[in-house]
Design a protein around this ligand. Structure first.
Ligand code: EPU
Length: 325
């Protein structure tokens, strides 16, 4: 076999992908984006990483279900992509169907007569805050600066400024990877710091949120400005994936990394931010290998200096950190 020939199992896999693409493409509407080898790096805030074997932005729940069912029938992995703000995409990309709810169908913001708000999973947190502020609905201010959408914030139970996503959630509509939809009350879900178990193998379609209270828009805006100021002062502006490690119980990953003397430490173009040590920033042309290398270095140094094992908070797309660290 020549060095360029593909191994037989890769050829079989490729044939399955080609058959999947042909079968699914024929039944999707033009409103659904459906591409092969779409680069994912530009869709992430870290701006690194290779392509998705297949990428889709379904324009309806029916088309999302069709994609999930057809991928599952062929044993093809499915990965959900939110706003890509808590993600490192491997340089080689992912051999999977990557689905994003980027189509406007998923961006609903619908205040209900009972005071609650129905939101789509594709709605950006920034827009959620803006619309809630305009409507005089208080309680979402802490989400404003998180560069995510509702689906990603549910999946990660994203948080900032002492609050987290599930503080404002009453129920979540989800679709399993088998294509079945259901609604779950918050109390039925297993939610923790940066974690929601039910969304590991399911897609959040939307949620019902409960505002804390009604308030004057100007008062809400004032609170958002306070949070924004704090964020601008304490977090870097270069491309990053937000905080790279979880805070260990009762401790601060940023402080531990800082005290271990790691600010400014680099692997390639990946650098421990001088502004906040729990951010790895991309200084221009970082690769995911650079970032993984720097994560490894930081963990080793913090372990040696402080005796603490730091666990990554960001997801490594399509892989497990334990397999690369
Ligand atoms: N600190 C240092 N050196 C640093 C960074 C921080 O000494 O380089 C100290 C600070 O002085 C402070 C403490 O560490 O005493 C905590 O820092 P900070 O207030 O910035 O909060 P954090 O725990 O590092 C958390 C979330 C952020 C969120 C902020 C603001 C995690 C891992 N991080 O950061 O969330 O924006 O609070 O509420 O939970 C994210 O999850 O991606 C994220 C950015």
């Amino acid at each position: 076999m020549s060095a360029l020939a593909k191994a037989p199992d890769l050829e079989v896999r490729e044939a399955v992908w080609n058959e999947f693409v042909a079968a699914v493409r024929a039944s999707l509407t033009p409103a659904t984006k459906f591409t092969e080898r779409e680069l994912l790096g530009p869709k992430t805030t870290m701006r690194v990483g290779g392509p998705a074997r297949v990428y889709a932005e379904p324009a309806s729940a029916g088309e999302l279900q069709h994609l999930l069912v057809e991928a599952r029938r062929r044993g093809l992995p499915v990965l959900m992509l939110g706003r890509g703000s808590n993600l490192v995409v491997p340089d080689a990309g992912v051999d999977g169907l990557v689905i994003s709810l980027g189509h406007e169908h998923w961006q609903k913001f619908e205040p209900q007569p009972d005071g609650r708000i129905r939101v789509g999973a594709g709605l950006r947190l920034k827009n959620l805050c803006g619309l809630a502020t305009k409507a005089g609905l208080k309680g979402f201010e802490f989400l404003e600066g998180i560069p995510g959408n509702v689906g990603g914030a549910l999946r990660m139970n994203a948080g900032a400024m002492g609050g987290w996503m599930f503080d404002v959630v009453e129920e979540v509509q989800l679709m399993s990877f088998a294509g079945e939809t259901r609604t779950m009350k918050k109390g039925e879900m297993h939610v923790d710091y940066r974690h929601c178990a039910e969304l590991h193998a399911a897609v959040a379609l939307g949620a019902v949120l409960r505002p804390a209270a009604s308030a004057e828009s100007t008062d809400i805006r004032r609170q958002i400005d306070v949070y924004q100021k704090k964020r601008v002062e304490s977090q870097p502006r270069e491309p990053s994936a937000g905080c790279i490690f979880k805070n260990p119980p009762g401790n601060s990953a940023g402080r531990l990394i800082d005290e271990a003397g790691l600010k400014g430490e680099r692997v390639g173009d990946a650098e421990v931010s001088a502004v906040h040590a729990n951010f790895i920033v991309n200084r221009g042309h970082a690769t995911s290998a650079d970032i993984i290398g720097l994560v490894r270095k930081v963990r080793a140094r913090v372990k040696a200096a402080k005796g603490v094992d730091l666990e990554p908070e960001v997801l490594l797309f399509g892989q497990e950190w334990k397999d690369v660290l």
